[in-house]
Design a protein around this ligand. Structure first.
Ligand SMILES: Cc1ncc(COP(=O)(O)O)c(C=O)c1O
Length: 393
């Protein structure tokens, strides 16, 4: 018998076996092969990366930029990033505090590997993008969640609830604002008390900031901890080129680190990916140096798409759709329709509508659905029509 020859089964360790399967993937697998399904389940634009970025990258590739680079990224990219961050946040960030990563999710994994030990308590607000929750789990951390609440048409973080969770034994707080999936955005005035609490107990504050440029209000960026934090304290910002520059398939991201963590991060990167791809770093330089007109146009498009989808949803009887303050998603629920995974699958089968089930973002998200609205208006309009028709039957 096989079990006698191999008493230890050829399977992953318990932490990996305990990871949740992505329910977004589960829904996508049902609808992916069908050309008639409108796909709103993934977090990306239906438009490709802007030409100026693709051209710069193609030139770099043809010029032979095909080698390993520094663990922390090429110096010219780190300089361009330093200048970009300085413009955005109004204070200097030395290139020596920056690390280039192979995507935003890679940045989250790297920083977690660098600071989270097995058994550590990690606090995450929910609903949350699944990876933020599962990465600490891979590392055998203990997770405590703090739920955002929908109130008066917006998502809110109850600061007292968060403070209660931030105890002296907490190792790290992961904060994602603007939040995927809800669009909740941390109010500027909440930063100081959170930072103060993290300082008091030595908690790593890890802010996951991919949507910081994609806000629907005033200003050039969502409220950030970077302008407030000292350069040697336990504050890390993870980010990505995926969203603001429409570069999801490129797998490029970055981190802003305390100086005291940079050398260790170089070592952690060495044993994960060793470095980000060479020629793609040239594309990232073009994105940072010349990307502002693109980002302004994208923001205008996303704002129009948000208004279109949110007002369309609210016109359908029984739908509650809180106002997102940033990001590219509508997170809404339908009265009387509780099980969001079953509902999302049924919508694919019967209406050709591909939405992400809210339960993919934690138990607090069950009963909700996520719609990525970063699409041309015609596609969003057709989705609204199909949803209304599905619910009228
Ligand atoms: C909240 C959040 N963080 C990080 C990422 C990482 O993006 P990427 O791995 O494409 O850089 C995403 C992508 O959807 C996200 O939604």
């Amino acid at each position: 018998m096989v079990s006698e020859s191999f008493p230890r089964p050829a399977i992953a360790r318990p932490e990996v076996l305990g990871l949740r399967m992505s329910q977004i993937r589960e829904v996508a697998n049902e609808g992916m092969a069908r050309a008639d399904v409108l796909k709103f389940w993934v977090g990306e634009s239906d438009q490709p990366t802007p030409d100026f970025i693709r051209e710069a990258t193609a030139r770099a590739l043809m010029a032979g930029e095909t080698y390993y680079t520094h663990n922390l990224g090429r110096p010219d990219l780190r300089d361009a990033l330093s200048a970009y961050l300085g413009r955005l946040h109004g204070r200097p960030f030395g290139a020596e505090r920056l690390a280039i990563t192979s995507s935003g999710v890679n940045a989250l994994m790297l920083v977690s590997q660098a600071v989270v030990s097995p058994g550590d308590k990690v606090v995450v607000t929910t609903p949350a993008w699944p990876n933020i929750v599962e990465i600490p789990r891979i590392l055998s951390a203990r997770l405590q969640t703090v739920a955002l609440d929908p109130a008066q048409g917006r998502w809110r973080l109850d600061l007292d609830k968060l403070m209660d969770a931030l105890t002296p034994d907490t190792k790290a707080l992961f904060l994602n604002s603007p939040n995927n999936p809800t669009g909740w955005t941390l109010p500027a005035q909440d930063r100081a008390p959170i930072l103060e609490r993290c300082r008091k107990y030595g908690i790593w504050l890890i802010t996951d900031d991919p949507y910081e440029r994609l806000i629907f209000g005033q200003g050039t960026s969502a409220p950030s901890f970077l302008p407030l934090a000292d350069e040697d304290e336990r504050v890390v910002s993870t980010n990505t080129f995926s969203k603001a520059w429409r570069m999801t398939g490129w797998r490029m991201g970055w981190m802003v680190l305390p100086r005291s963590l940079v050398d260790s991060m170089g070592v952690v990167i060495e044993y994960n990916t060793s470095c980000a791809p060479d020629f793609i770093q040239s594309g990232a330089i073009a994105a940072l140096n010349d990307g502002e007109p693109h980002i302004a146009a994208l923001r205008a498009e996303l704002t129009a798409a948000k208004d279109q989808v949110l007002s369309g949803l609210r016109a359908i009887p029984g739908i509650e759709a809180p106002e997102p303050e940033g990001g590219m998603y509508a997170f809404f629920r339908i009265a009387g329709r509780g099980d969001s995974l079953a509902l999302a699958k049924d919508m694919i089968a019967k209406a050709g509508m591909g939405l992400a089930p809210g339960s993919a973002f934690g138990p607090e998200g069950d009963g909700w659905l996520r719609w990525c609205f970063a699409n041309r208006p015609e596609k969003n309009a057709l989705g609204l029509e199909r949803l209304a028709a599905y619910l009228s039957h």
